[in-house]
Design a protein around this ligand. Structure first.
Ligand SMILES: Nc1ncnc2c1ncn2[C@@H]1O[C@H](COP(=O)(O)OP(=O)(O)OP(=O)(O)O)[C@@H](O)[C@H]1O
Ligand SMILES: [Mg+2]
Length: 371
């Protein structure tokens, strides 16, 4: 390697890379390749490459051609063995080395790695297109549904009493579908949050009251607030939606006859930081937990509950937590879940409103409340 920068790049490459000289011997290799071949560079240099690396594909001819014509060569999904361990499926990328006639550089990407990265990407885009498709369908289905419900209502006027049950059923079921479609549409229509300083306890209170009057009437909801919690930076309406969804899930998980208990817990965690893939970090010190004592997440979907259309309930659309997760990530926040039978904790971590210090904010709020 000539310059310092070159050698830095070479040793930082996360993929095994090998230089092959004009005699098919190992000219050099990077640390990742040392690991892959399970030997030191010192020992490996000068060794015939194909003695060290068993590639289950007829490479010679195409490699010779690539070398002659100065063109790159890609070989996908080949078994690559190293003598000391079982072969792994790899993608090989081989290209002529600039400035050294006859030499080639070869990158060895184990498929496990390559496969995993594309897989998670494709899962995300699959979810996106599933939602896109559902939105389109939702839009298309709503109009004819309204027609069906209307027709059933007209029909019911001329039917004998005994048959009314049937038209009622049609109307009730179409209503249910319309509601479901509205949920799908709501997901697609979600606008970016209008961020402003928010008192999270106001949000929790509003959610608690509305839950208590409706879907959560059978639940006991306990407040466990840190009164000095500073203001968060968020969109109050969207955060209300988040808490309502979490309360609804907890209420639906509980035994409908016996009910259950939900604890709304707020606290400040100074050290909570989100580290992003690009190295930047954000402080998310405001914590809200929605804790229930129900049966816990079903085992078969536990890893996927934030994905759209994943539901463990008979009539669930599986959009609740997908919406929650989208809103929280639009806020730059974080959501996590910890669940065992008897205790399920959904935790939301949010940034603070810029400006006043924690103490300051709490004090000025206390003053405001007094006045
Ligand atoms: N607190 C909880 N306790 C037990 N299971 C839960 C809890 N919260 C969520 N779940 C599980 O996660 C699944 C996904 O939840 P999500 O809110 O995304 O969809 P849903 O409630 O099934 O449908 P929707 O919210 O669209 O009506 C639920 O069906 C349920 O099985
Ligand atoms: Mg739900």
């Amino acid at each position: 390697m000539s310059t310092e920068a070159d050698s830095m790049i070479w040793s930082s490459l996360p993929v095994p890379a090998v230089l092959i000289d004009e005699n098919e011997r190992i000219g050099d290799l990077n640390p990742a390749a040392e690991g892959f071949l399970n030997n030191s560079a010192k020992w490996l240099r000068g060794q015939p490459i194909w003695d060290r690396l068993a590639v289950d594909a007829p490479l010679e001819e195409s490699l010779a051609r690539a070398r002659e014509q100065g063109t790159p060569l890609f070989v996908n999904d080949v078994d690559v063995g190293t003598g000391s361990r079982a072969p792994v499926v790899c993608n090989l990328q081989i290209a002529p080395l600039q400035g050294r006639p006859g030499w080639m550089v070869m990158l060895i990407s184990p498929r496990e790695l390559a496969g995993r990265m594309t897989q998670s990407n494709s899962v995300k885009s699959a979810a996106k297109s599933a939602i896109g498709m559902a939105e389109m369908l939702a839009h298309e289905i709503k109009n004819p549904l309204a027609g069906i419900a209307g027709a059933a209502q007209l029909l019911s006027m001329s039917l004998p009493k005994d048959d009314l049950e049937l038209t009622d059923l049609i109307v009730a079921e179409t209503r249910r579908i319309v509601k479901l479609l509205e949920q799908v549409e709501q997901f697609g229509n979600l606008s970016p949050p209008e961020l402003q300083p928010v008192n999270l306890h106001d949000v929790l209170d509003r959610a608690r009251r509305s839950a208590g009057l409706g879907f959560g009437a059978h639940m006991k909801i306990i407040e466990d607030y840190d009164p000095s919690l500073p203001l968060a930076q968020g969109d109050p309406d969207q955060l209300l939606q988040v808490v309502l969804n979490l309360l609804k899930n907890a209420s639906q998980a509980a035994d409908p006859n016996k009910g259950g208990t939900i604890r709304l817990h707020s606290f400040y965690e100074h050290s909570f930081r989100l580290r992003r893939a690009d190295g930047s970090g954000q402080s998310l010190p405001l914590q809200i937990e929605v804790i229930d004592d129900g049966p816990g997440l079903p085992d078969d979907i536990r890893g996927d509950i934030f994905d759209p259309f994943v539901s463990g309930r008979e009539n669930g659309t599986g959009l609740g937590l997908a919406l929650v997760s989208k809103i929280i990530s639009d806020h730059g926040g974080w959501i996590s879940v910890d669940s065992v039978p008897g205790r399920t904790v959904f935790r939301i971590s949010l940034p603070r409103a810029p400006g006043a210090s924690a103490k300051h904010t709490a004090q000025s709020r206390a003053k405001k409340e007094k006045s």
